[in-house]
Design a protein around this ligand. Structure first.
Ligand code: FRU
Length: 476
């Protein structure tokens, strides 16, 4: 949460997620870690509750949970609005922008003009507090492609150059540069691969560990809007190899891999400069983002998540684990180690405060079909684990305020191969569900009529079915 907002009482204000003190946000931008600070820039309309002329808002955190909002970092100018992009620490001053002892931060973003989209840069010599736009902008002019945006840049050690991934409508283009100012086109990927129900946006090319192996794989992240598995915005990914010039996937053209099956996880990208890959997404969906019923702000970020891969018979899948700061104080509300559940069925657990998290570990992946209901007055959000159809269903049709958009009330599904464990994080207006150690993930927003104060496990699940169940509240 934003440090200064602890006393505020907006009903839907999240606590362990970032939201701006006021007005509209969308994508996370310029994610860079420098000297103990995680920078979170974001698409921001500082004067309005709806999307409009885009700026880069700015917040910093030392633990990815508690955020301090800083002044707007980048304003629109004669080249256009400031659309999504990334930031890097230019440790070796390849750009020549460094002025003193401090390393220079360089932001790479899209200038969205009335005529077209092109890529530009800006730099900061004071740890991201103030920014100068480069006088030679744009650094990549528009080559005649309508959607030409969201540059994500990293330093590629093996080929000693900066690599940029860029979203170009129905494919990704890669560019290379020695100095962040001069860019050469390298290659393209994707026209015939994966989901194409909408526009490709916000790419990220990352190098991830395969769990339990001495192996790393390249993964290309691509946001897609619309065309997600449950409608509207969603994030797909491609596993494969990158040699400094070309990305080659090990998937078939028709394969679709989704990072998150929920309706509300979009435009996620990773932080530059962290030891472990960590990403964060916008918890919203373009189908209804401009109508969500918050009062003072509109839009929030997901919990940050670490990333790795799982190898399943030569197919590689994303593993996401929520990054919960050690500084968060937790209070145990319920533990299967300390009570006899057999007596009480259905299991009703009173929730004294939000946010809270549920940890459930099943016995031997042999789960029955059962439902976990989150309840408050006039509010029901039901999560069903269906063993027969091997599916998770999140039903938010009765979850409180659902009438603000015809696209919002929904029953969303995710195929799973088994249920070994689940971790559920519930904040005032969102759930994030991680199954089997983060192999399957669903993020859903909801707007309760009154705060969730009860968790109910229906009678189909018995104590014999699980190894352990705990519920803890989180205090900041
Ligand atoms: C993704 C996106 C980006 C664009 C930005 C504009 O949500 O459409 O492609 O840069 O939002 O705000």
């Amino acid at each position: 949460m934003n440090k200064d907002l602890k006393m505020e009482k907006e009903t839907f204000r999240p606590i362990c997620h970032f939201s701006p003190s006021k007005h509209w946000i969308n994508d996370p931008n310029g994610l860079v870690y420098y000297k103990g600070e995680y920078h979170l820039f974001y698409q921001y309309h500082p004067h309005s509750m709806v999307w409009g002329p885009m700026h880069w808002g700015h917040a910093v955190s030392t633990d990815l949970c508690e955020w301090e909002e800083l002044p707007v970092a980048l304003y629109p100018d004669e080249l256009g609005q400031i659309f999504s992009g990334s930031a890097v620490v230019d440790w070796h001053n390849t750009s020549g922008f460094q002025e003193g002892e401090e390393a220079v931060l360089v932001a790479i973003f899209t200038h969205h003009g009335e005529d077209n989209e092109k890529q530009s840069i800006a730099y900061s010599n004071d740890s991201g507090r103030s920014w100068m736009k480069y006088e030679g902008n744009p650094v990549i002019p528009n080559p005649g492609i309508k959607d030409f945006r969201d540059p994500k840049v990293f330093w590629h050690e093996e080929s000693s150059k900066w690599i940029m991934s860029l979203a170009c409508g129905d494919h990704i283009q890669f560019y290379g540069s020695p100095n962040l100012k001069e860019w050469d086109y390298l290659s393209s990927f994707g026209e015939t691969y994966g989901g194409h129900g909408g526009v490709w946006e916000c790419p990220d090319l990352i190098y991830l560990d395969v769990e339990g192996e001495e192996l790393k794989k390249w993964v290309l992240i691509v946001s897609l809007n619309p065309g997600g598995p449950n409608g509207g915005s969603a994030i797909q990914y491609f596993t494969g190899d990158f040699d400094g010039t070309t990305f080659v996937t090990d998937q078939k053209e028709e394969d679709e891999k989704w990072a998150d099956w929920g309706r509300d996880f979009y435009a996620a990208v990773t932080w530059s400069g962290t030891e472990q890959p960590v990403w964060i997404g916008w918890m919203n969906n373009w189908e209804y983002a401009n109508q969500t019923p918050t009062a003072e702000f509109r839009g929030s970020m997901s919990i940050a998540r670490t990333l790795s891969l799982e190898n399943k018979q030569g197919n590689y899948y994303l593993i996401q684990k929520p990054l919960m700061s050690n500084r968060l104080k937790k209070q145990l509300i319920f533990s299967s180690d300390q009570a006899d559940f057999g007596l009480e069925s259905p299991l009703n657990i009173k929730i004294p405060a939000l946010p809270f998290m549920i940890d459930l570990e099943m016995k031997d992946g042999n789960s029955p079909t059962f439902t976990v209901s989150l309840k408050g007055k006039g509010t029901l959000l039901a999560i069903t684990f269906d063993q027969t159809s091997q599916q998770v269903r999140v039903d938010r049709t009765k979850s409180g305020r659902v009438d603000f958009s015809e696209h919002f009330p929904s029953i969303d599904t995710m195929p799973i191969d088994s249920l070994k464990d689940m971790f559920l994080l519930v904040d005032h207006a969102s759930i994030e569900l991680f199954i089997n150690g983060g192999r399957y993930v669903m993020t859903e927003s909801f707007y309760p009529a009154s705060s969730i104060d009860l968790v109910e496990f229906n009678t189909s699940i018995e104590q014999a079915d699980y190894e352990q169940l705990t519920i803890q509240t989180i205090h900041m």
